[in-house]
Design a protein around this ligand. Structure first.
Ligand SMILES: C[S@@+](CC[C@H](N)C(=O)[O-])C[C@H]1O[C@@H](n2cnc3c(N)ncnc32)[C@H](O)[C@@H]1O
Length: 416
């Protein structure tokens, strides 16, 4: 299939799935994503222990072309462009899944002639879509990585959109030189909204950004600038994004933290049940310190495994060893229109179950309160730094309230 046909098929699929509407359909049809994707992209290799290995267009053009028009993110840079020869560890730039891009652009509600600021230029594809809609001269995009800026400028120019302003810098500062903007869109996750974005948005303007923390991916924030120096709006639609460069958490092997003497307790709650509460996970994630990570380690039987929660800064950790898989029915909140129960796929990469509806309409908290059928699992908590328990929701020895707090507030486990 030619790249043009692949693109047409992707658009058809996105429209059929309800991800792409008439507002952005023509842009997706006209702007060729593959022309923004570099000749070398990166894929996770299980055989290489989870490292990211290169896939080159010149040696495997078919796979490369398919990746360009799949509804998936394409990893375009790893380890800030300097991966070891054996393969990289961290995705540091990617072009987002087309359905995510379409949803965010729809939320942005940009019209021709509006002035738009994008944070996180990456490949330049999203900036190109914006330029197609509002006019290239109205788009400014800021990217922290100078090498990516060069590539994005080149791709935009080649697509005839060279009037887009691509700036090297820290996008959390916005770009005051071209402010005010009618629309601000971040394509990189933020823990808090930088005030510069609010200040640089024209009254009545709109700001769209994915919220991010290392514990959980809360969702898409859409704010309106109120004209009095404030902005307000709502959080919707769960989605997953890399955080800003400054918010990056260094890779830590759990084994380098875990292993100290632990206090052991028991809980009736299987971690699968904890994972159903997206709202709770969001609230917990926003309150935890930067860097707290959750990791699922698969066990041998279905549903079995260990959830690790650790904070490299305070060297606190907790684990829950999950026994039998709990019943698969039920959901995190009383079902009005169905709901999804989700199982963590944090860095360890567990299975992601399909959405499920509760046949009874009973909420999972009912099930938990009534003592559920899931087996007792073990909680272990520990901290080596007295007075510095980074895991605010679980307690550790040095927090001195271990058992009471652990009974009251077991850690929620986020979904994808
Ligand atoms: C998901 S990618 C953006 C995808 C891009 N919009 C595209 O169409 O390809 C996120 C980008 O944000 C950049 N980034 C990270 N922190 C940043 C910051 N503080 N300011 C600007 N860009 C940043 C990364 O280098 C990365 O290229």
């Amino acid at each position: 299939m030619t790249l043009e046909r692949e693109r047409a098929r992707l658009v058809t699929d996105l429209v059929a799935a309800g991800s792409l509407g008439d507002d952005w359909r023509a842009a997706f049809e006209q702007v060729p994503r593959h022309e923004f994707i570099p000749g070398t992209v990166w894929q996770v290799s299980e055989a290489a222990g989870g490292r990211l290995l290169p896939l080159r267009r010149d040696t495997d053009p078919d796979t490369w072309s398919k990746l360009a028009y799949r509804n998936e993110p394409v990893h375009t840079q790893v380890d800030d462009g300097n991966p070891p020869v054996e393969g990289g560890w961290e995705v540091t730039s990617s072009t987002s899944a087309p359905s995510v891009v379409a949803t965010m652009l729809h939320a942005l509600d940009a019209e021709p002639g509006m002035r738009v600021l994008e944070i996180g230029a990456g490949t330049g594809w999203n900036a190109a879509l914006l330029a197609w809609k509002v006019g290239a001269e109205n788009v400014t995009t800021v990217e922290i990585d100078a090498q990516l800026v060069i590539q994005a400028r080149g791709s935009l120019a080649a697509a005839g959109l060279g009037k887009v302003t691509v700036v090297t810098g820290d996008g959390t500062l916005g770009y005051p030189d071209a402010a005010p903007y009618d629309r601000v869109i971040a394509t990189v996750g933020i823990r808090e909204v930088p005030y510069a974005w609010v200040a640089q948005t024209a009254p009545g303007g709109r700001l769209v950004a994915p919220l991010y923390n290392s514990y959980h991916q809360p969702g898409l924030l859409t704010l309106a600038a109120n004209g009095d120096g404030t902005a307000s709006g709502r959080l919707s639609w769960p989605l997953s994004f890399m955080g800003t460069r400054a918010a990056r958490v260094p890779r830590v092997a759990p084994a380098s933290i875990v292993g100290e003497p632990a206090v052991t307790g028991e809980t009736d709650l299987h971690p699968r049940l904890w994972g159903s509460g997206r709202d709770a996970a969001m609230a917990i994630g926003q309150r935890l310190g930067d860097g707290v990570r959750l990791q699922w380690q698969k066990g041998t039987a279905p549903g079995q495994g260990t959830v690790w929660l650790f904070d490299p800064a305070s060297r606190s950790w907790a684990s829950v060893e999950a026994g039998e898989e709990p019943p698969r029915t039920g959901c995190g909140r009383a079902a009005r229109d169905g709901c999804s129960t989700r199982w963590p796929t944090p860095t360890g990469g567990g299975a992601r179950p399909a959405n499920r509806r509760s046949p009874t309409g009973r909420s999972q908290s009912d099930r938990m309160a009534s003592g559920s059928r899931c087996r007792t699992d073990r909680i272990r908590t520990c901290s080596s730094s007295p007075g510095r328990c980074g895991l605010g929701v679980v307690s550790c020895r040095t927090c001195r309230s271990r058992s009471a707090a652990a009974r009251r507030a077991p850690p929620a486990v986020p979904g994808a």
